[in-house]
Design a protein around this ligand. Structure first.
Ligand code: GDP
Length: 495
């Protein structure tokens, strides 16, 4: 007889075990999807930009686009046509697609992307947050037109808030689309002014300089989105932009070439377009070797293959892998079941790994035993996740109407779960960059500050330390419909 090793979950049915990690490494490139969130101040042009991008990448058919154009002309808002591309996907979502995960997907030369929470709406912040908590990478859109960059960046603008928020949720790689440059005549000095101010700010909130790239674009006119401008002056290139936007990486090389061959300056390559930059995002390593965890975002009775005594759950696999026939445990509750079927991005598969958006059909689990926020874990002998009522977190505080003090009640979001919590104790505030303590046991946390706090939840919540799991270790606090803080879990108290 074969004794299963410590970390191998026994298959319940006599099915041939798949070496998922080995299989995955074969298909890794095809499967690796980056979750992209688009953030920025209201009216910066996020929807227009992403709508135009999806259209230019061939994600929207010509007829649909023509219809959007006609419809938006009719109501005198011709320029909204591209934004409607995203609203349409939003609508489709509310029309009954049960997974709230894949809003839109698109492919570039080397990468597959899932566009999280299409930002077509005014109440974008809450949407953005649930998206941001799953984001690997981000596009920050800023409006370059006169006065508009400033109103998004200074005062109550969302440019800063969004940039801090996504960074505190673990996003490191960022492309800044300096949008609406058509409005200011493709001015190089305006582009550089914005780049300088933003870069200083972004580095200040913890981004590495090399992980942030800036690109001049017009979402509305579709310039520099999916193809480079033609510096040799084809009609599509605005002459002003073509006169200064060059590829720095190749500049030295080109200069060399010029010296030796005496060619004209127009041979300098144009700078990268938006798609070039997002195609160059690096794929974070998927934690495929950790024990399996899936936080449930949605569930329903029955499923794809015969529905007796089974449920289907959807979500994105936070870590590990799973295959048909494997035993799983639900936390909280501890109910066990067996995986009957697996869909990855709506396609039936035998296995799935960390990073995949899946629907799992599980046998022997009653729907009563499930709730949003339940975590499906690898069965014994693997250790399941813990549900805790007390933990420590590092919070970045935004702009709450009432300052956060000891005993402050709020609503905590983790993945798709909302739980009432209390900020039980503020332990200290500290400088986010240096890590130095600013104040021990402060009475309150000020706007913009970073603090270490103890949080108590009304009901036990499945959490991991952020250092062990990005997905299950990030939380968000809201109050009166406003997001007041975002944070990462730094210790769990089991007693
Ligand atoms: P969101 O709130 O960030 O999603 O912004 P929208 O995509 O709804 O755009 C806000 C407004 O800016 C709309 O009237 C757009 O037509 C306009 N707009 C967006 N991108 C551009 C651009 O590149 N150039 C110009 N001139 N206008 C733009």
């Amino acid at each position: 007889t074969v004794t299963p090793s410590e970390d191998v979950v026994p298959l319940v049915k006599s099915k041939r075990r798949i070496d998922v990690v080995a299989e995955y490494s074969k298909y890794q490139k095809d499967r690796d999807t980056l979750n992209l969130v688009v953030v920025g101040h209201v009216d910066a042009g996020k929807s227009t930009l992403m709508g135009h991008l999806l259209y230019a990448l061939g994600q929207v058919n010509e007829r649909t686009m023509k219809k959007f154009e006609r419809d938006s002309e009719k109501i005198g808002k011709g320029s909204f046509a591209f934004a409607w591309v995203l609203d349409e996907t939003e609508e489709e979502r509310t029309r009954g697609v049960t997974m709230d995960i894949a809003t839109s997907t698109f492919v570039t030369k080397h990468r597959k992307f899932t566009l999280l929470d299409a930002p077509g709406h005014r109440d974008f912040v809450p949407n953005m947050i649930s998206g941001a908590s799953r984001a690997d990478v981000a596009v920050l859109v800023v409006d370059a037109s006169t006065g508009e960059f400033e109103s998004g960046f200074d005062g109550n603008g969302q440019t800063r808030e969004h940039a801090i928020l996504i960074r505190s949720l673990g996003v490191r790689q960022l492309v800044v689309a300096v949008n609406k440059l058509d409005v200011v005549g493709w001015s190089q000095s305006r582009f550089e002014e914005i780049t300088e101010r933003l870069l200083a700010f972004l580095v200040g909130c913890g981004y590495f300089k090399d992980d942030v790239r800036f690109v001049p674009v017009s979402g509305l006119k579709g310039i520099n989105l999916v193809s480079r401008i033609d510096a040799d002056g084809l009609l599509s290139a605005p002459a002003e932009l073509a006169s200064w936007y060059f590829d720095n990486d190749s500049a030295a090389m080109v200069a060399d070439a010029r010296n030796s061959s005496n060619s004209s300056s127009s041979s300098r390559a144009a700078g990268p377009c938006l798609v070039d930059l997002i195609d160059a995002f690096t794929v974070p390593e998927r934690p495929v070797n950790k024990p399996f965890r899936l936080a449930v975002t949605d569930f329903f009775k029955g499923g794809a293959v015969g529905s007796s005594n089974s449920v289907s759950v959807s979500g994105r696999i936070a870590q590990g892998h799973v295959q048909i026939g494997e035993q799983v445990v639900l936390v909280p509750g501890g109910a066990t079941g067996v995986i009957k079927s697996i869909d990855v991005d709506y396609v039936t598969e035998d296995w799935a790994v960390a990073g995949d958006s899946v629907v799992l059909m599980i046998q022997n689990i009653d729907i009563q035993q499930l709730s949003v926020g339940s975590v499906v874990c690898a069965g014994p002998p693997a250790k399941p996740i813990q549900a805790v009522s007390r933990f420590e977190a590092q919070l970045v505080v935004f702009d709450p109407q009432v300052p956060i003090t000891n005993g402050f009640p709020a609503l905590m979001h983790i993945q798709s779960l909302n739980v009432p919590v209390v900020v039980h104790k503020i332990l200290e505030t500290f400088d986010q960059r240096t890590g130095e303590v600013v104040k021990k046991r402060p009475r309150q946390i000020r706007k913009g500050a970073t603090a270490r706090v103890e949080i108590r939840a009304e009901t036990p919540v499945c959490l991991e330390l952020f250092k062990d799991s990005k997905e299950l270790g990030r939380v968000m606090l809201r109050k009166s419909g406003e997001t007041i803080a975002a944070g990462i879990v730094t210790s769990l108290f089991t007693k």
